[in-house]
Design a protein around this ligand. Structure first.
Ligand code: NAD
Ligand code: WQD
Length: 338
């Protein structure tokens, strides 16, 4: 099938591309490389032993999008492109609304112009906000607590309206929990530009010696050991969920939001321990104050994914830590060769 992948050079996009190519799909990557490197695409091509087209462009650029749709004629879109840093979204909300929301509208318009009716969108568990109950199921109220989360919520609603108005359209909104890990080859992985905001990339940079110690954001939460608990999902499992979702859009019309997690939680200290075992390195940490906006626990209800997509996570915390370490150890500076 012909699939246009926005943001395909990024962390989750590159892992999904690899699986799409291995399943013999034809892909076109549309990416402005604002948070990624062409090197990731080069490595995906090597790993898959397959080639694909790349269009460098911004999803806000309707002309560039039209060119890509006009020549490639995709039957479906996987839409990863967007900005994703919660803290930055508080400082630059308009940039987030422009790139994420306006960019998504341009993409949907291009799809309509070119008669493309199937989309899988990267949403986030952050759309739920403070838990009214756990695990979060897809019916949980949506009350995101920062501009980034609100862009995801708004895009979800826009896609829902688009799918309802466009005859034959089918959309899946995948609400990812906490994606971590890397391809087993160690050739592609998460490569944050600055000091990582997220736990696992931070831990792995401590383990490899790039950062001195982890700051644990609070140990007075109502959890097993007082540190925050999250539902970490291996990026390979997440990539597989996109293939299942693309198939689903071929069998249905309308719009479905679906959680993608394992249903199992791990605390910060449990992740530190798992990473130490996987890497054989010690991970120094200091307990500090809570981070603003953090919740104690986040866990996914996973039945809908199983029921609608026939998808279930297969990899565990040890797989997540060992694959992250394999990537970090063999690429201590990410895609930048130093
Ligand atoms: P990423 O930053 O690694 O990948 C995003 C890609 O989109 C990058 O290659 C970037 O260059 C590109 N891009 C950004 N803005 C663009 C624009 N305006 N036009 C064209 N390309 C653009 O991020 P990721 O972790 O791979 O996340 C992919 C998607 O999943 C994002 O939409 C993100 O919000 C969502 N998501 C990520 C997480 C997570 O923890 N990583 C969790 C939930 C949801
Ligand atoms: C996990 C746990 C922290 C860093 C974020 C976004 C969310 C989604 C995924 C995109 C928490 C603790 C972290 C550190 C720590 N992204 N921590 N020290 O906050 O669950 O979710 O990424 O959609 O929108 O908000 O993930 O990895 O930042 O934190 O103690 O240096 O690790 O307090 O308990 P989070 P995270």
């Amino acid at each position: 099938m012909r699939i246009l992948v926005t943001g395909g050079a990024g962390y989750i996009g590159s892992h999904t591309l690899l699986q799409l190519l291995r399943e013999q799909h034809d892909v076109l990557v549309f990416d402005n490389f604002s948070n990624s490197s062409p090197e990731a695409l080069k490595r995906v091509k090597q790993l898959a032993n397959a080639d694909f087209e790349v269009c460098e462009g911004d999803i806000q650029d309707s002309v560039r999008l039209s060119d890509a749709f006009g020549t490639f004629k995709p039957e479906a879109v996987i839409h990863f492109a967007g900005l994703k840093a919660v803290g930055e979204s508080n400082e630059k909300p308009l940039e987030y609304y422009a790139q994420n929301v306006s960019g998504s509208i341009e993409l949907l318009k291009a799809m309509e112009r070119h008669d493309c009716k199937r989309i899988v969108f990267s949403s986030s568990a952050t759309v739920y906000g403070e838990a009214k109950y756990l695990p979060y199921d897809e019916q949980h109220p949506l009350q995101p607590t920062n501009p980034y989360g609100r862009t995801k919520h708004f895009i979800e609603e826009i896609i829902r309206d688009w799918a309802a108005s466009y005859r034959g359209a089918s959309a899946v909104l995948l609400r990812y929990f906490n994606p971590v890990g890397a391809d087993a080859s160690g050739r592609i992985g998460e490569d944050p530009n600055d000091i990582p905001n997220n736990l696992v990339p931070y831990i792995s940079q401590v383990a490899v010696g790039r950062l001195k110690h982890l700051n644990v954001f609070g140990n007075d939460y109502d959890t097993r050991d007082g540190t925050g608990e999250r539902d970490y999902i291996h990026v390979e499992d997440l990539a597989r969920a996109h293939l299942a979702a693309i198939n689903f859009t071929g069998e249905t019309t309308g719009c479905e939001a679906i959680n993608i997690g394992t249903g199992q939680g791990a605390t910060v200290l449990e992740m530190v321990n798992a990473f130490e075992s996987a890497s054989g390195r010690s991970v120094a940490y200091k307990i500090g104050p809570r981070r603003d906006g953090d919740v104690a626990r986040s866990l996914a209800a996973v039945r809908k994914a199983e029921k609608l997509l026939g998808w279930k996570a297969q990899l565990n915390i040890d797989d997540m830590c060992s694959s992250t370490w394999n990537w970090q150890f063999t690429n201590p500076n990410g895609y930048t060769q130093k």
